[in-house]
Write a protein that binds this ligand. Structure first.
Ligand code: ZN
Ligand code: ZN
Length: 720
């Protein structure tokens, strides 16, 4: 056209721009725009500008679109709608709402159907109920009869969690289409009203409205949440009848339903025959295997998924890593994490937060690496990640680093405060924990049930009975919280540790909740310390009922008998264990030396350095005896095996671990040891002497708590 010297008309440009818009071709659009500017000395006509705004909106060039939009003196409704829509579509719903306000109040424009739809969408992304009500009013005024807008409002109220508002509109609808029903059902499911959603679904079917894939996937999600496999099956049958089982959304929801209801086999069968498997359904099956403890199958499937279709996403890795971690497969979880990073998949804060707790068992080296990884990639600014890092350090025994991370946090939520309170309490610093609690309240952070769990545990470690009662009562009186079984157990613990054993027993009897193993366990532990065998027997009897397979309870009671010289009863305890087929968990300790983890069991003779370790232990033993240490052989009798002698006692796993660490780390000021079962009385005593003789701080985390030994004392003040 141009080559013949004829300048194209604006109408032609208009057509061309429309073509670009249909094809979403930004490049051609930009060229046309340049062309127009170069050809036209005067300003572009309104019609063309509007077209360009829409084109830029469609192509996601929001800033360019807005620039042009602002140049238009009086944009029409379509233009406003396009601009409002574009903002929320590309992730700026706040801008959409702002523009909507400008439109109404600065420009005095009344919204039409399309503008209302666009702004409702933006508002639902923000779940802003106040704005939602404003939009609802506008809709009533300016667009009272559009079912499209009404459906959008139902959806909007649902997203804002206001099902009351949604049902007001829904019930008044003269005619309800599939979208109205579906919006209502989706809202109910999202708000956790699963039964109501299912009821409405049956009403919908009775009313003769055929559900679509969104309706079906929503009601299936309700079945999953209710773990109602039967109803799920009925809906499955219905899905087959109406012939939408191959829809990817529906088949994914079916697989999810079977998986969540723990029918992994059926889920897998559906998955195998499903014509379109998306990454979500792969993830669901992997998660289902992991949830039912079939780690190997999950890994197999995950490898298949990677090799077959290369559709793994971050969520797939997260499913695998957190699943393995929850199954105690720390090493596999770690390997997966490394593989993930190696393959160039960027972990997100969920990956990190689900992976860190797995490291809390022993691996402070890996934890530290991960911490620096978070730091390099700015994840540490994420509250969830930072909190997981704090918890990891606290659980690994590095309370100081945990506190440092906490102090450097930009934003702290209730959970992060809770973790620090708990960390202090777990390490035996009750007063410090309470100080943190006070600071938390001063900063206006609302405590939750978890906060009080930490606070009560702090009271018990610090021996603060009155304060414990006060905090316990304040939960319901001032904070609107109902104490649960754990809080009650903490109160039992507080009373027990303070030696108020009868009060503790009375408290258990008057509790409105059923006493758990933690309550009776706290009482039994205290009975051992305060040598109250009668109450100890009662507590043990309950414990044998609640957790008949836990060897710790039998051993604790046997220990008590022995300490009181009742060796016959102790032997009977041993017999009872044998008759019930309960085996003592072998004592096992870990220590980390130069980045390597070394494991020891009692009387371990397998270690390469065994000669050196045992010789060194003898040497230490002699020094300790000179300082006044007396081996308490009673614990050898009860704790290891009734027939074994002092020899074995001297070689309890934590003693071997300490000797190894002392031998192999020069100038280390702290040694940190992890133990799978409760430390015995003799080892506890020996550690106090060792810390005094060597001048090294020894930290032992047993199955109950942390013990920090230094200068001949333990942070638990001999109560554990
Ligand atoms: Zn021991
Ligand atoms: Zn201790």
């Amino acid at each position: 056209m141009e080559s013949r010297g004829v300048s194209p008309s604006y109408a032609t440009y208009n057509h061309l721009l429309q073509a670009c818009m249909d094809a979403k071709s930004l490049n051609h659009g930009l060229k046309l725009h340049e062309h127009l500017i170069s050809k036209t000395s005067i300003r572009l006509p309104l019609q063309i500008k509007v077209k360009l705004v829409k084109l830029y909106c469609v192509c996601g060039e929001i800033n360019k679109a807005r620039q042009l939009f602002d140049e238009i003196p009086q944009p029409d409704c379509r233009c406003w709608a396009a601009m409002i829509n574009a903002y929320s579509k590309y992730g700026y719903p706040n801008e959409s709402l702002k523009l909507y306000s400008d439109m109404k109040f600065k420009n005095g424009i009344q919204p039409d159907k399309f503008i209302l739809l666009a702004v409702a969408k933006a508002c639902s992304m923000l779940s802003d109920l106040v704005k939602a009500k404003e939009i609802h009013e506008d809709a009533e005024r300016f667009c009272p009869s559009s079912i499209l807008v009404k459906n959008a409002l139902i959806d909007l109220y649902g997203k804002c969690g206001c099902m009351h508002g949604a049902s007001l509109i829904f019930n008044k609808l003269p005619e309800k289409d599939v979208i109205s029903w579906t919006s209502m059902i989706v809202g109910l499911v999202q708000c956790g009203h699963w039964e109501d959603a299912l009821q409405l679904f049956s009403k919908m079917v009775l009313a003769g409205v055929q559900p679509n894939s969104v309706t079906i996937s929503s009601v299936l999600a309700a079945c999953s949440s209710l773990l109602d496999l039967n109803l799920g099956r009925i809906i499955h049958g219905y899905v087959i009848r109406i012939g939408i089982e191959d829809n990817v959304l529906v088949s994914g929801a079916l697989i999810d339903m079977y998986a969540k209801c723990l029918n992994v086999l059926h889920a897998r069968r559906l998955f195998d025959i499903s014509p379109q498997r998306d990454v979500v359904s792969w993830n669901v099956i992997c998660a289902a295997y992991l949830q039912s403890g079939e780690v190997e199958k999950a890994i197999q499937l995950f490898q298949e998924m990677k090799s077959l279709e290369a559709i793994t996403n971050v969520a797939s890795w997260n499913v695998m890593i957190s699943g393995c971690a929850q199954n105690g497969e720390t090493v596999t979880a770690t390997e997966l994490f490394e593989q993930m990073v190696h393959e160039g998949v960027k972990p997100n804060h969920i990956t990190i937060a689900s992976f860190l707790p797995a490291l809390s068992s022993i691996e402070s080296r890996r934890g530290r690496e991960l911490h620096s990884y978070c730091f390099r990639h700015c994840f540490i600014e994420d509250t969830i990640v930072a909190t997981a890092v704090i918890s990891m350090y606290a659980n690994c025994g590095s309370l100081n680093i945990a506190l440092k991370v906490f102090n450097e946090m930009l934003e702290r939520d209730t959970i992060s405060w809770n973790v620090v309170i708990r960390a202090y309490a777990m390490h035996g610093y009750g007063m410090e924990a309470l100080a943190v609690f006070q600071k938390m309240q001063k900063m206006g952070v609302r405590p939750n049930a978890g906060t009080f769990a930490g606070v009560l545990s702090a009271c018990s470690h610090a021996g603060l009975v009155e304060e414990g009662y006060r905090f316990f009562h304040s939960m319901s009186m001032y904070h609107g919280l109902v104490p649960d079984a754990d809080h009650y157990a903490s109160m039992v613990d507080i009373l027990s540790r303070a030696g108020l054993l009868n009060d503790a027993y009375l408290f258990i009897q008057n509790m409105p909740v059923k006493a758990t193993a933690s309550s009776w366990g706290a009482l039994l532990g205290a009975c051992r310390v305060y040598k109250n065998i009668n109450l100890g027997k009662i507590a043990a009897r309950y414990l044998f009922q609640i957790e008949p397979d836990n060897p710790g309870n039998y051993i604790l009671l046997a220990n008590m008998y022995i300490a009181l010289g009742m060796s016959e009863d102790a032997l009977n305890m041993r017999k009872l264990m044998r008759n019930r087929g309960i085996e003592k968990t072998p004592g096992c300790s870990w220590v980390q030396v130069r980045g390597q983890i070394y494991t020891f069991v009692a009387g371990d003779k397998s270690h390469v350095q065994k000669g050196k370790i045992y010789a060194y232990l003898h040497e230490l033993n002699d020094k300790m005896k000179l300082a006044g240490y007396l081996p308490d052989t009673r614990f050898a009798l009860a704790d290891v095996d009734f027939e074994e002698k002092e020899e074995v006692l001297g070689y309890h796993s934590e003693k071997l671990a300490v000797a190894y660490a002392l031998l192999n780390t020069e100038s280390a000021s702290t040694i940190c040891i992890f133990k799978n079962i409760r430390i015995c009385g003799d080892c506890h005593n020996a550690m106090k002497f060792l810390s005094d003789i060597t001048g090294v701080r020894i930290t032992i985390r047993d199955s109950i708590r942390f013990h920090h030994f230094s200068n001949g004392f333990c942070s638990c003040q001999d109560f554990w």
